[in-house]
Design a protein around this ligand. Sequence first.
Ligand code: UTP
Length: 293
Amino acid sequence: MAKVRKVVFPAAGLGTRFLPATKAQPKEMLPLVDKPLIQYGVEESIHSGIQNIIIVTGRGKSAIEDHFDVSFELEHLLETKGKLDLLKQVRDISDMINVSYVRQKEAMGLGHAVLRARELVGNEPFAVVLSDDVIDAEVPCVRQLLDIHEFYGASVVALMEVPKEQISAYGVVDAEPVEHNGAQGRLYRVRNMVEKPKADEAPSNLAIIGRYILAPEIFQSIEEIPPGAGGEIQLTDALKHLLRSRPIYGLKFEGKRFDAGDKLGFLQATVEFALRRPDLGAAFRDYLRTLLS
Ligand code: UTP
């Protein structure tokens, strides 16, 4: 079975939930404490063993390319000022990855964005990471999915339980539990899925969140499906199409996911990540206490 060597980051969306901040700046570059959202996803991929990064960008997204590029002036300045720890931080991330870019000219949906990466991915399984889903986990979420993929040789999506009031914002699965490693309740075999169902029509409370391991046949499926919810080419619809010929597993991953593409989710992630920082946590906690007293 082919090893997963590449990860696709769709980053060509318009980020309308975060306007006006995203009018002239990509959502993926919003800083969570001091790192842009997309860097969390890239680091998760590296820690999962994948260094080949494919970023699907669009108009107004050049800050993403600059971020992963070498900045000669900045590096020179940090070097001459002897700020070597900062120099290391700036260099480390671009040294660790091979990054390529492909453009999605128009934001025609997540499925359409993934299809743009077809040439760069080739005929092998690959990962997809949506960088506005930031996941804090002991074992990186992508690694958890790769373990399932390596065991079953099939596509895997990350699942999360979502309250009924919020379910219509997600792709939702109809799935049967599968025993894995002697444990029940984490792994599912997907029977069907539906994008953004009405709360009463959702097949379960298990939503697909932004981490996938996909068989290359997904590209054919994306090509064959018509536009779905919101007139966009939806990845969930393509997965449903893929299900006709290939198995898909769903893993309730271990860890906590933040929807950092949404203002409230972003604030929650900011607070929790800042509290966990050795250099900031204590002072920030003290500050939060003054607000509550
Ligand atoms: P979202 O559903 O968060 O959409 O996309 P969005 O357009 O970025 O943001 P809102 O909902 O308007 O606020 C999930 C991921 O898919 C990418 C986005 O960049 C994001 O990482 N995407 C979405 C594309 O690359 N292209 C698209 O056409 C749509």
